[in-house]
Design a protein around this ligand. Structure first.
Ligand SMILES: Cc1cc2c(cc1C)N(C[C@H](O)[C@H](O)[C@H](O)COP(=O)(O)OP(=O)(O)OC[C@H]1O[C@@H](n3cnc4c(N)ncnc43)[C@H](O)[C@@H]1O)c1[nH]c(=O)[nH]c(=O)c1N2
Ligand SMILES: O=C(O)C(=O)Cc1ccccc1
Ligand SMILES: [Mn+2]
Length: 494
């Protein structure tokens, strides 16, 4: 496999500077051990026990992909860690033997983050699943890497607190740290970047650090470099996150959810800009275009008007919440929005958001057997109407399936392209659109990824976004933490 890739690189006759870097780094990466010897597997077993090491095809296969369309790349072996000591020893063993090491949270990523591009060890963190401590009076808690978002909120329920960052999928909290996840509630509560206070991290050589200092969990710090936010979004390329201390919030006293519809994309997104510019603190502000609503109705058995729509939610003390809602209502009306419907009943609200979170499956169902290819641009809010309107035009011109959904309150949206593996013609069209969207977002001073990360799918776009010096500096940072390049090789950069 590696040989075939190498020959493909060599056969290309012309290439740009970034291609040159790709090839240069490819040569460096080849020096990592690909197919690991039996003695190495034996050493892994002596660290974590026989039952926690698997070379079975089905297990390797399950760890060689996430929920995206990206090609499956199996690791050579899967290791289940049960303790910090396991993680330290496995990391050191991989580092000493120059074997790739890929942390595995729950595999819900959308950019091929866990795919083992060069084989090696997939380190599954799901058995380290304890809530270490809840400091209810300080609104924070510390969790092990295998703690899942929904389980954490169930655990917290009696305290009246919750962790609101919600990517829709039931992901591991540390996987969410690693991708800097966000989702529907970010417009009110921020992303993982704003909600992590400290991380315990195992470095490839087996050393352990706490990014904010041992046991620290203050709301503010100006003590030295921000190592915490270096690891948030690092996608398993710098070290293994073994504990996260995160912020919690009081469960809101009152919640109002609503939907409304528009005849044009422009009017819907203009409304979003005006709501955000009016300073109203929205908890959720989501856009679904007509094609997304069609998929939504069909998959989740709703009967919503097929039109460009906004889904909204307000959180707060009962006092004042209705005033905010009324101001938003006026903005909707002044932009020709219609059919405003409120869901105050909890069951109805839950049904609405569950269906919104299942949009990825609703869109997949448009082309049975397909895998999702999703885009994820994020732009300054004032430029959002221009970017969404242009994107919709491109999708129509390309004549392909591409529903649009977005966390538009943050200027973030996705086009979902259902892809059949092996359908080259659609793949090329989709890639072209993906690049066009990424470039347009950058031109508007935005980014190619608001929340899904770079993984293996957006490496080229990252080069454009940061420029050669930016990439060079990021690679130097990586080298400082991971001099042998064992941590999730081939992700974020080529
Ligand atoms: C239906 C649906 C809907 C959405 C999404 C997915 C799906 C399936 N996502 C994407 C996804 O939920 C998000 O990327 C999660 O943060 C991934 O968490 P996992 O635990 O699954 O990490 P997963 O196992 O997929 O790993 C992701 C990356 O993190 C690394 N990693 C995992 N655990 C680590 C650890 N302990 N230490 C170091 N590195 C680690 C991996 O190596 C990999 O590079 C999303 N996201 C979003 O932000 N907003 C959204 O709206 C959605 N929506
Ligand atoms: O639902 C979301 O917000 C996601 O991030 C996943 C996704 C991506 C692309 C289209 C539909 C859903
Ligand atoms: Mn999203």
């Amino acid at each position: 496999m590696l040989f075939r890739q190498l020959m493909k690189c060599l056969k290309q006759t012309s290439f740009s500077l970034s291609d040159y870097n790709t090839k240069r780094n490819f040569f460096r990466a080849v020096q990592l051990q690909a197919n690991i010897p039996g003695t190495f597997v034996g050493s892994l077993k002596s660290i974590v026990g026989d039952a926690n090491v698997s070379t079975a095809d089905a297990v390797r296969d399950q760890h060689g992909h996430d929920e995206s369309h990206h090609e499956v790349h199996k690791p050579d072996v899967v290791v289940f860690a049960e303790s910090l000591e396991h993680v330290c020893k496995v990391a050191k063993l991989c580092n000493d033997n120059k074997v790739p090491l890929i942390p595995f949270g729950s595999g819900t990523g959308l950019e091929g983050g866990v795919n083992a591009l060069q084989g090696g060890v997939s380190l599954n963190m799901s058995k380290m699943n304890q809530v270490v401590k809840v400091n209810a009076e300080d609104f924070d808690c510390t969790v092990q890497p295998g703690v899942m978002r929904i389980a954490l909120n169930a655990y917290l329920r009696d305290t009246g607190l919750w962790f609101p960052i919600d990517p829709g999928a039931d992901a591991s909290i540390c996987g969410m740290c690693a991708t800097s996840a966000s989702g529907t509630n970010a417009v009110r509560y921020g992303t993982m970047k704003e909600n992590v206070l400290n991380l315990q991290v195992v470095l490839p050589d087996g050393r352990v650090i706490e990014t904010a200092g041992k046991g620290k969990r203050s709301r503010k710090t100006s003590a030295g470099y921000n190592l915490t936010n270096l690891f948030v979004g690092s996608e398993g390329t710098l070290g293994i996150i073994t504990e996260a201390t995160i912020k919690l919030y009081g469960i809101p006293e009152k919640t109002i959810a609503a939907v409304c519809h528009f005849d044009s994309v422009q009017e819907a997104v203009d409304t979003v800009v005006q709501i955000m510019q009016s300073g109203i603190s929205m908890a959720k502000l989501e856009f679904l275009d007509d094609k997304a609503i069609e998929a939504f109705n069909k998959y989740s058995k709703f009967n919503m008007k097929v039109a460009h729509s906004l889904f909204l939610e307000f959180h707060g003390p009962a006092l004042g919440l209705e005033d905010q809602f009324n101001t938003v209502k006026e903005l909707i009306t002044s932009n020709n929005g219609s059919g405003l419907q409120i869901a105050t009943d909890e069951d109805e609200r839950k049904r609405l958001w569950k269906a919104r979170h299942e949009m990825i499956w609703a869109c997949t169902a448009l082309l049975p057997g397909s895998k999702p290819y999703s885009t994820d641009v994020c732009v300054p809010i004032s430029t959002l109407p221009k970017v969404i309107v242009q994107t919709k035009k491109w999708i129509e011109e390309a004549n392909i399936i591409g529903p649009i959904v977005g966390h538009v309150g943050d200027g973030n949206f996705h086009v979902f392209f259902p892809m059949m593996r092996g359908d080259k013609e659609t793949y090329e069209k989709v890639q072209d659109l993906h690049f066009k969207m990424g470039f347009l977002a950058m031109e508007m001073n935005g980014t190619c990824t608001g929340e899904h990360g770079i993984g293996m799918g957006k490496r080229k776009l990252l080069e454009k976004e940061l420029g050669p010096t930016g990439i060079e500096v990021m690679k130097e940072v990586k080298k400082c933490f991971d001099p042998n390049g064992i941590m999730n090789p081939g992700k974020v950069f080529f």
